[in-house]
Write a protein that binds this ligand. Structure first.
Ligand SMILES: [Zn+2]
Length: 656
């Protein structure tokens, strides 16, 4: 269910239920509290007696902590620091009877964490001196500890900001084709800074429960429409701003890393891997990083190493984008709150498959059943999250291929789940097909003209701006205007969306609605397939103020209505057409620079063909001049051998 469709009071209702569940769970945990304090005290005694007898230094305690946490991954309080507190605890209260009696009386609201916080704040020897000489100070100690508990935070309710984890937010997102001559500059990222960043995440609204669970320190998040490679200057500028802001607000306990994963930058391989490495240099190895990505992103070994938690969308089209981002944030919070921190295991499996998004929609098979396996794999005990990336087909780097990753504390579960998903992907590789019938442009136009189903949609897919095409390839509109069927004013009606042409738009605005126009448009960025298209016709509409296009005009040439924009714009909604006075439902043919039809267009279509036209995101991958992707790769290399789909364990980010 999409967030927009939820009842208005749903969020409050959910928050209320969540609060009740949390309270119930807390009550259960209280009962265990006294028993836990006893075992902590006992461990402290054992460590003390061990240290009195042999050479037990800090290193042994570190080792003990590591081994205990491995054995009890779901248990809190076994860090080296806590083991030292246990030792201190036992040193202050050496008398077992006294401890028994005390623990029985300590109000159950008190946790060991509060106790350790107290020890941290006061000189332990002062406490020791007092208790040694005045056993009656017990009630004083209890009130002191209680006061401390209130100061440092209660486990369930209103926490003071001091006890909340400090979490930064940063990331850059774009999918950019290396097969397009287009370039993306810094303004395209529409960078948001600080508090402004929360506007991108409805689940972190000011009154949301998530917002209250951490001290948030958002730095910079930039998201661009897909496009050509990002210029090196734009990337370096955005990275520098991000790092400066992260330096200013540190230190951190966590970082939510919000990226797409298919960014290409001039002269730089694996930009997301580069970005996270440079972020680590600023925030350190200890900080817990949780990454959320588009399933069309790429996961290099380097990115897998530096992130701790990682997930991606499970639906294409990406109706679950917000749900996935929320999951990444919730995973981060619960690992910080529980003290479990970094996952013990991260399995990474590269799957040598490279497919276009137009073949891997999760609305149809085999994508539907394949992706349906991800969520059940992710909710097993011992598993934190499971994710499967299709990868990005229009960049030529060794990291471009499918990947599976599973994170968690149970080695066997993590390994098995990752291998099951990778194997499942490989097994269905031959079943992926385009989401619609395909044809070259000539064939698509012939079918549309002969059909009695209208509107007949044709995807001009090779230059799809929402996949990374330049959006100004004129080849398709040039070919359409050559066809004799559309020469007469009263020929079959065809809407073409769209072509950028700022000079033509300026001339059309001057001529006004009803005026004549004779000008060129397109092929400024990508002129490899056709020169600028010559449009001689009548201006039918002018619309100002679109956030992407700025100005849009409709020029009628023969029976074709061409939308020309000042800047590149995707046409995904019915209103994009109707506000220009166009009625796509009444048009015989609608040609859009797009891949799979977005929902509103899909619902309007009487029939649809995906035309395999040329451009920066050519859907016919076998026509692309790959030089650097890993080989062999399905489906480019026929008869390739069975790949190694064994899980590779990625080292923890703090061991690098
Ligand atoms: Zn995507």
């Amino acid at each position: 269910m999409m967030l927009e469709n939820l009842p208005v009071d749903y969020r409050d209702f959910l928050d209320r239920i969540k609060a009740e569940i949390r309270l119930a769970r807390f009550k259960v945990s209280l009962a265990a509290n006294s028993a836990l304090l006893q075992i902590y005290w006992q461990i402290g005694c054992w460590i003390l007696s061990q240290q009195n007898r042999s050479e037990w230094g800090a290193k042994v305690i570190d080792k003990l902590s590591h081994d205990l946490r491995k054995e009890f991954p779901d248990m809190q309080g076994l860090s080296s620091r806590n083991l030292k507190y246990m030792r201190q605890f036992a040193a202050i209260y050496p008398d077992p009877e006294f401890v028994q009696a005390t623990l029985a009386q300590i109000p159950p609201l008190l946790t060991f964490r509060h106790f350790s916080l107290c020890l941290n704040k006061i000189e332990a020897k002062d406490l020791f001196v007092k208790t040694k000489y005045m056993k009656i100070t017990l009630s004083l100690i209890i009130s002191f500890l209680l006061a401390a508990a209130q100061t440092f935070g209660m486990p369930d309710g209103e926490k003071k900001s001091k006890a909340l984890p400090r979490i930064a937010i940063a990331g850059l997102g774009i999918e950019s084709s290396t097969f397009s001559p287009a370039r993306t500059e810094e303004p395209a990222f529409k960078a948001k800074y600080g508090e402004q960043i929360f506007t991108s995440y409805p689940f972190m609204a000011a009154d949301s429960s998530l917002r209250k669970r951490a001290e948030w320190l958002p730095a910079l998040v930039g998201k661009s429409l897909p496009g050509g490679m990002v210029t090196r200057a734009a990337y370096e500028s955005l990275v520098k701003q991000t790092l400066d802001l992260l330096k200013k607000n540190g230190p951190y306990d966590g970082l939510y890393f919000d990226i797409h994963g298919a960014m290409s930058v001039e002269g730089l391989d694996d930009p997301e891997g580069d970005l996270i490495t440079r972020i680590r240099e600023v925030i350190g190895k200890k900080v817990l990083i949780s990454t959320c990505m588009d399933l069309h992103g790429n996961v290099s070994w380097r990115l897998a190493q530096h992130t701790d938690l990682i997930t991606c969308y499970r639906m294409a089209p990406h109706e679950d984008a917000m749900q996935s981002k929320r999951r990444a944030v919730v995973n981060l919070l619960s690992r910080l709150e529980s003290g479990k921190g970094k996952p013990a295991y991260k399995a990474w499996i590269p799957v040598p498959i490279l497919l276009p998004g137009e073949k891997t929609s999760t609305r149809i098979e085999p994508g539907k059943s394949l992706y349906a396996k991800v969520a059940p794999a992710s909710v097993q005990p011992g598993v934190i999250d499971a994710a499967m990336w299709v990868g990005y087909a229009w960049a030529d780097e060794p990291r471009n291929h499918a990947v599976v990753m599973v994170t968690g504390d149970d080695k066997a579960k993590v390994t098995e789940s990752a291998e099951m998903l990778a194997k499942s992907f490989w097994n269905v590789r031959r079943e992926f097909a385009f989401v619609a019938p395909t044809d070259d442009l000539k064939g698509a136009l012939n079918k549309a003209l002969a059909s009695d189903k209208h509107p007949f949609f044709i995807s001009d897919s090779g230059d799809n701006p929402t996949a990374g095409g330049a959006g100004d390839v004129t080849w398709t509109i040039t070919e359409i205007l050559k066809r004799p069927e559309f020469k007469a004013e009263n020929g079959p009606s065809l809407i073409y969306a769209s072509i950028p042409g700022p000079e033509l738009v300026e001339a059309a605005v001057k001529a006004g609605v009803g005026g004549k126009i004779d000008a060129h448009a397109g092929a400024k960025v990508d002129a490899r397939f056709a020169p600028p298209v010559h449009l001689v016709g009548t201006v039918e509409a002018i619309y100002q103020g679109d956030v992407n296009a700025e100005t849009e005009v409709v020029v009628k040439v023969g029976s074709v209505r061409v939308i020309v924009t000042k800047k590149r714009k995707p046409y995904h909604k019915e209103a994009d057409f109707t506000r220009l006075g166009l009625n796509p439902r009444k048009s015989d043919i609608v040609v859009v620079k797009i891949g799979y039809l977005e929902p509103e267009l899909y619902n309007m279509r009487a029939d649809w063909i995906l035309s395999l036209t040329p451009g920066g995101v050519d859907q016919d991958l076998e026509r692309l001049p790959y030089k650097r992707i890993k080989r062999p790769m399905f489906p480019l290399d026929k008869d390739m051998k069975e790949p190694d789909l064994k899980a590779k364990m990625v080292p923890s980010s703090d061991t690098m």
